[in-house]
Design a protein around this ligand. Structure first.
Ligand SMILES: O=C(O)CCC(=O)C(=O)O
Length: 259
């Protein structure tokens, strides 16, 4: 048991948590050595972007590292992770797409983020299912002190974002904690935020692998933003996730219907 949620290796149980709470926690979908490799690569990238002044720094101590598909083959591996993809299919249906992959590093002094669901781009009314869903790969232990992602369980069922004018942006949230090696999968309608990092010297490294239904526009345009060599070596699953496949014979055509 964590502060909130239950870490499980049983995907039927995880699907029940997604339905009830809007998130689930899955245990080591990859061996610990892979998480270590991810953490090392991300630390190297974040440091290099700080050094060459290209780092995206915000909220008083936090850093985003964008476009990870171009920044190491290990990131290609995690977007295709079998366990996460099974849960994404449950949330987003057949032939869902990769929307983006980037890291969010919560650093000492980093502020709590505004409370939000991920599908704020979608106009109301929302249908009774998510358009998008996210996964947070915990590369460090996520604790309340170091800025674990905070949520309000069950808000995915409200079918709307918080009403900020009515003060709902200030409703108390709870941290979703877990040891490094845990992945939180969450419904795009769930109200959540990055926690404040109240440590003196500990970074919280997390990678957000974000997916969308096959007919929703991807957050990052893969044909413009993803390097040619990544497309060239893409597996059949990766090609589908990037958006190379035609969906239901209708979307993604290049010069008419396939014969
Ligand atoms: O970093 C986190 O804990 C959550 C990030 C988040 O909510 C977002 O990027 O939309």
């Amino acid at each position: 048991m964590t502060a909130l949620g239950t870490i499980t290796g049983n995907y039927e149980e995880a699907k029940a948590h997604l339905r009830e709470w809007g998130f689930c926690l899955i245990e080591n979908p990859l061996p610990p050595a892979k998480f270590k490799e991810l953490a090392e690569r991300l630390t190297e990238l974040a440091e290099a972007e700080r050094q060459d002044n290209s780092a995206f720094l915000y909220d008083g101590g936090n850093q985003r590292v964008f476009g990870l598909l171009n920044k190491g083959a290990i990131f290609e591996e995690i977007v295709q992770n079998e366990a996460v993809c099974e849960l994404m299919e449950e949330l987003l249906g057949y032939n869902f797409l990769l929307s983006s992959i980037h890291a969010n590093i919560a650093g000492p002094g980093g502020a709590r983020m505004a409370l939000h669901p991920d599908q704020t781009f979608a106009r109301m009314p929302w249908p009774p299912y998510p358009f998008v869903a996210n996964s947070m790969w915990m590369l460090d232990d996520f604790t309340e002190e170091n800025g674990a992602t905070r949520v309000i369980p069950g808000t995915h069922l409200l079918g709307r974002p918080p009403d900020y004018a009515a003060g709902e942006g200030d409703i108390e949230t709870q941290p979703v904690c877990g040891p490094a090696g845990t992945v939180m999968v969450f419904d795009g309608r769930l109200w959540h935020q990055t926690g404040a990092n109240r440590t003196k010297d500990r970074l919280r490294h997390g990678i957000l692998v974000y997916y969308c239904r096959a007919y929703i526009r991807q957050q990052e345009n893969p044909f413009v933003a993803v390097e040619k060599d990544v497309h060239d070596r893409a597996t059949p699953l990766m090609r589908r996730l990037l958006g190379w496949e035609i969906y239901q014979g209708a979307l993604g055509q290049t010069g008419g219907l396939p014969t």
